[in-house]
Ligand binder design. Structure first.
Ligand SMILES: [Zn+2]
Length: 92
């Protein structure tokens, strides 16, 4: 694993630890995943990921429902709702 984990505490006290690589690979923004709901990236727009892609530069809260990480490769348009993070956590 590269670059650590993101720890999330859910209402109710349960905690999830998501690897940053996992989180980045599930980036929900249009550049990484295309339109919401599509499971396959659109050919040609798949992001090139490097070591820096899995390192967190910053993390911002978006309202009360989501977080928006900025990655060291400069990418930062993915907004992860808590629901979405919970879904990723369950896939682990
Ligand atoms: Zn993205």
């Amino acid at each position: 694993m590269i670059g650590g984990e993101l720890a999330i505490r859910w209402p109710g006290g349960q905690e999830s630890y998501l690897s940053l690589e996992m989180v980045r690979r599930h980036c929900p923004c249009a550049a990484c995943c295309g339109e919401p709901g599509l499971t396959r990236p659109i050919p040609g727009v798949e992001m090139k990921l490097s070591q820096e892609s899995f390192r967190l530069k910053g993390l911002q809260r978006v309202g009360g429902y989501a977080i928006q990480p900025t990655w060291e490769d400069g990418h930062g348009t993915g907004i992860y709702s808590w629901d979405y993070l919970r879904k990723i956590a369950k896939e682990l």
